[in-house]
Design a protein. Structure first.
Length: 360
């Protein structure tokens, strides 16, 4: 079709989408993806799809396990601080920690990155974090999607989503069936807030006119923003090692809903988890939030992880051995409680001493 040379010639770039910038980003992140290569995947980018070979990864009779998640409004703090280097770790962690609780080894990961206008330098920083998270989890970054959507996002804003697939041998799948009264519960320390509760955190920051660049009220060596965006801990390698040694019966990833909502997801209806609030220290960040927002202890434990990113159920006679192995793998471990018989209609999570121990 012939164009009228007297009229403005419109292009996709005029509408806010820069294909050349997108191509530049793909080239910039190819080495990042290649660094996550593992058996079963070559971690190449640029095709329409990617292939993973479970047999090449050493599996005999695998079940595939999938998970998808995002980072939530923690992104807004990273954007406001112009600190994008670790938010990709959060994205991977939120997905792969949901796989390992079923005994699955993460195999590959894909990301979705959406923005109003592509900033190649910031995007590369974000995806470098994703690659670092994949390396920590032992999975390959095999693809993703970068979407420029002018008009959908304010300048500088972006959103992230992740998708991961893992595998577990059929006879090694973690299920509630093996749990019984008397099993010991171990808590693995979190690295901070992880990626939950940030809408409440941001509300407190706004209402009390706090500055992310100011020293944290509970840690003068770091800024408040630095503490808040500390990346989510990835528990995959330590937990997989313990699972393969036969030490672990079940795992609960403490995400949105905190201790009260996540632990019941791994329990049969006949059992309850009885925890002792004094058995692990409530980190200063959570105590500060509770005091700042006059947050009741039960609300705190329903909104945040309260210092525990993973809860591990182990046989009582293997508790010491399991805890020692997890510590040797780099985890900070607390014995936080036991499984008990649940009375009809009773709660599935009981935290003794909550009000007394977690005083505001």
């Amino acid at each position: 079709m012939k164009t009228d040379s007297s009229k403005k010639s419109y292009s996709y770039k005029d509408a806010g989408v820069d294909i050349a910038a997108g191509n530049s980003l793909v080239e910039a992140i190819k080495p990042l993806a290649a660094a996550t290569k593992r058996s079963g995947a070559d971690a190449g980018l640029g095709g329409f799809g990617a292939i993973f070979d479970p047999k090449a990864a050493g599996f005999r009779d695998p079940l595939l396990v999938s998970a998808t998640d995002g980072v939530g409004t923690k992104l807004k703090i990273a954007i406001d601080m112009n600190r994008h280097g670790t938010i990709g770790i959060d994205l991977v962690a939120m997905c792969v920690n949901d796989l390992v609780v079923q005994g699955a080894e993460p195999l590959f990961f894909l990301d979705y990155f959406a923005t109003g206008g592509l900033d190649v330098a910031a995007a590369r920083e974000i995806i470098a974090g994703i690659a670092a998270g994949c390396t920590d989890a032992g999975c390959a970054l095999i693809g993703g999607e970068t979407a420029e959507m002018p008009g959908m996002y304010a300048k500088g804003d972006y959103d992230l989503a992740g998708f991961t697939v893992g595998a577990v041998e059929r006879d090694q799948l973690l299920t509630p069936d093996s749990l019984q009264e008397g099993d010991v519960l171990l808590g693995l320390a979190s690295s901070g807030l992880h990626s939950n509760g940030f809408s409440l955190v941001r509300r407190l920051v706004a209402d009390f006119n706090l500055d992310y660049a100011a020293p944290a009220p509970f840690d003068s060596d770091k800024s408040l923003g630095e503490v808040l965006i500390a990346p989510t801990r990835i528990y995959v390698k330590s937990c997989l090692e313990a699972i393969r040694k036969g030490h672990i019966k079940a795992l609960a990833h403490i995400t949105g809903g905190g201790l009260f909502e996540n632990i019941p997801r791994i329990l049969p209806k006949s059992l309850a988890a009885e925890l002792d609030a004094a058995s692990w220290p409530l980190p200063p960040l959570f105590s500060w939030l509770a005091g700042l927002g006059n947050i009741a202890p039960e609300e705190l434990a329903t909104t945040f992880n309260c210092g525990l990113g993973m809860v591990v159920a182990v046989p009582a006679d293997k508790a010491a051995e399991a805890a020692g192995g997890l510590r040797a793998a780099g985890e900070t471990v607390f014995e936080i409680g036991r499984l008990t018989a649940r009375k009809a209609g009773a709660a599935q999570v009981i935290i003794n001493g909550l009000e007394k121990t977690w005083q505001k």
